[in-house]
Design a protein around this ligand. Structure first.
Ligand SMILES: [Zn+2]
Length: 270
């Protein structure tokens, strides 16, 4: 299967290829669930629509230079009733403020330069992976991923390890950058990785923004984490091992059938 912009996010592409977000969707440590991941890949379940996704798409369309098309293809971005009918909904107006924040910072525009939304695929850990680089500048030795998020200073409790994590570890952005760097290196037969950068803009008023880079140590660590979990993910995705239900996520809650009555003392806080 040959990947392009129209089929990159399709069910067929998700069946053929592993992606970083699909990989994380299998892992409880990234709020994933094997059963939900498999139901998604098999087309039996669709993750409920979340408005925040469109906010991210809006800012990405700006980076790609396709914001006008994106707006005309998505009439639901506009208010349809009331005094503001015909105007962009307030949260997308705020996306414009986030875009202005990025546009007015020269270093951001430098980091986001180059080719946009570049699709690549390569074999890694014995399976095919797909990646999409938001901004790609091989001649400068970098690529950049654009992130919109609520805030940058959130701390997240990791119950497995018993520590608080920052947003990078919590969302597995280190894994994403590592896999992107490695796929790019394999595709272009390089000895060395390009340096992954992340351009972050927050939804705060006014927005905060930053540029974060990852070094070779971070790439090695990220690939190591993927390597630790990949055999289980491969086995579940190929059907040789049964997907485990987490019984907590949206998919599991909506398909739950009680197997056993719990003793009250089994309930835990975490
Ligand atoms: Zn689940």
């Amino acid at each position: 299967m040959k990947l392009n912009k129209n089929n990159y996010f399709s069910q067929e592409a998700n069946q053929h290829y592993m992606s970083v977000s699909q990989f994380k969707s299998f892992l409880p440590s990234y709020n994933g669930c094997e059963a939900a991941a498999m139901a998604g890949i098999n087309g039996e379940w669709e993750r409920p629509y979340v408005l925040a996704f469109d906010e991210g798409h809006y800012v990405h369309a700006w980076n790609e230079g396709t914001l006008d098309e994106f707006k005309s293809e998505n009439p639901h971005l506009y208010a349809s009733t009331g005094k503001t009918a015909g105007q962009l909904k307030a949260n997308f107006q705020h996306c414009n403020t986030m875009i202005e924040t990025l546009e007015s910072d020269p270093l951001v525009m430098k980091a986001l330069g180059g080719q946009k939304e570049v699709i690549m695929s390569a074999e890694l850990f014995g399976i095919q992976w797909k990646v999409m680089l938001d901004s790609y500048q091989p001649q400068t030795g970098i690529f950049a991923d654009l992130k919109t998020m609520k805030e940058m200073d959130g701390k997240f409790w990791n119950n497995e390890v018993g520590i608080y994590e920052n947003f990078i570890d919590h969302y597995g952005y280190n894994l994403q950058m590592a896999v992107y760097a490695e796929v790019e290196r394999i595709v272009n037969k390089r000895d060395q990785w390009l340096l992954p950068h992340m351009v972050v803009v927050t939804k705060q008023k006014p927005p905060d923004h930053d540029i974060i880079y990852f070094d070779y140590d971070a790439i090695e660590q990220g690939l190591h984490i993927v390597g630790k979990h990949i055999e289980r993910v491969k086995a579940v995705k190929s059907g040789t091992e049964q997907a485990v239900r987490c019984e907590k996520c949206e998919y599991c809650r909506s398909t739950k059938k009680i197997q056993r009555i719990k003793h009250f003392s089994e309930l835990k806080l975490y």
